[in-house]
Design a protein around this ligand. Structure first.
Ligand code: DCP
Ligand code: MG
Length: 393
């Protein structure tokens, strides 16, 4: 064996041993809490409108094209849920009351809740208005058990806001998030390091973080229904089927998730984009897709509580040439009724045809950049080559 191959072998062994110790360290040393408010928008509405308590309500814009943001627990019993069309929701629950959202209030409550988190640690990572991870390994109050902190936080949230939250406690983000969902509403669930393995073994794969309905279906096709079965599949096989995510599933199945709790850097934009199965050139088809993109964008804005004034449309053509069009307005862009007309105006500036069909549409809302400048009602147009990588949330 040459000197170099010995070195490589040594490094491989060393890094393997290091990884094993790092995983054990994470498992027994880290304390992560995930907090998620219960039926967030709906609970705020029921809090502020006592006459709506105890009855099925959905927060969303009523009307043919409206979408449910969230449903009260009374409505969920009928099968009403987030992202469902209001029409379908009313079919399931004919006496459903659909009430408009009040994003300002949701944001204020979110700030109150965050102030409570920061009484314990500054290592807070918000996932959306109503959800955050806390790393309480070293907490301000010097409390030994993360479970006690979670209990105190729930209590303080109730006192400050009259709302309930569910908490999950474990040694990593993946398990803490699953735990918070486990005893909803008003729940507190702890996944102890020694119990993690048996807990994951029984967990249906669709409850794994990052496993959406499509991935779950593929796993089911492979005969994988539980964490236990997922653990039997080799890393090589998982990465063959799921690409990079394969490694993540492999680790999750073993209770490994060493991601840090990342204190939020200020978000600069919220956006979404979609690539079409076939390139589009008919105006009617493009408008429909634009509409869907707007709906998705509105949902993401609602979830993140983002306040921006600039709308940007990205169009990628069949040949991967990409253009963007932006305009800036005085209002904070949050609703479909505000954004859709603006998106249509931006689209009207874009040329496409059967010879030059569209491969991808994207929309984002961002804070007004110094370069864009204008905050008047008069729209500012600009064409550019924005980097859209930051878009995905
Ligand atoms: N939201 C939305 N559109 C979605 C999902 C959510 O506008 N498709 C908004 C409304 C929710 C809030 O974000 O109240 C938080 O989302 P959650 O997924 O945490 O759902 P809830 O808090 O409503 O319910 P749960 O009790 O299941 O957490
Ligand atoms: Mg919630």
């Amino acid at each position: 064996m040459g000197k170099n191959s010995e070195k490589i072998l040594f490094l491989q062994v060393f890094s393997r041993v290091f990884a094993i110790f790092a995983n054990i360290f994470q498992k027994y040393m880290r304390k992560i809490i995930h907090i998620d408010m219960d039926a967030y928008f709906a609970s705020v509405e029921q809090r502020d409108h006592p006459e709506w308590r105890g009855i099925p309500i959905a927060v969303g814009f009523d009307g043919e094209r409206g979408v449910v943001s969230t449903a009260s627990y009374e409505a969920r019993r009928y099968g009403v849920h987030s992202a469902q069309s209001v029409v379908v929701a009313k079919r399931l629950c004919p006496h459903l009351l659909v009430v408009p959202p009040r994003f300002k209030v949701y944001k204020q409550v979110s700030e109150q809740v965050h102030a409570i988190f920061h009484e314990y640690t500054d290592l807070v990572e918000p996932l959306s208005l109503d959800e955050a991870f806390l790393d309480v390994t070293n907490n301000r109050a010097g409390i030994e058990l993360a479970q006690d902190i979670a209990m105190e936080i729930k209590q303080k949230i109730r006192e400050a806001t009259s709302l309930t939250a569910s908490a999950g406690v474990s040694y990593n983000k993946f398990l803490a998030k699953i735990a918070s969902d486990y005893r909803k509403p008003d729940g507190l669930f702890v996944i102890h390091p020694d119990r993690a393995s048996s807990f994951i073994a029984k967990l249906p794969v669709e409850r794994f973080w990052g496993v959406g309905p499509k991935t779950a279906e593929r796993m089911h096709h492979m005969g994988i229904y539980t964490g236990e079965q997922l653990r039997q599949v080799s890393l090589q096989h998982l990465t063959e089927v799921f690409g990079k995510a394969g490694q993540v599933y492999y680790d999750f199945a073993r209770g490994i998730d060493n991601r840090e709790v990342i204190v939020e850097r200020e978000r600069k934009s919220v956006g979404c984009e979609q690539t079409f199965l076939e390139d589009l050139y008919k105006t009617s088809a493009v408008i429909i897709e634009l509409y869907h993109t707007v709906m998705e964008l509105v949902e993401r804005i609602a979830r993140s509580g983002f306040e921006g004034h600039t709308l940007t449309l990205k169009v990628k053509y069949f040949d991967f040439v990409q253009i963007t069009r932006s305009l800036t307005v005085a209002d904070t862009l949050t609703t479909k009724d505000q954004i859709l007309p603006l998106a249509k105006r931006l689209l009207a500036e874009v040329e496409y045809s059967a010879q030059r069909p569209i491969r991808l549409l994207g929309l984002s809302v961002s804070r007004t950049s110094a370069a864009t400048g204008s905050t008047s009602d008069e729209a500012t147009w600009e064409e550019g080559w924005l980097d859209f990588e930051d878009w995905a949330t």
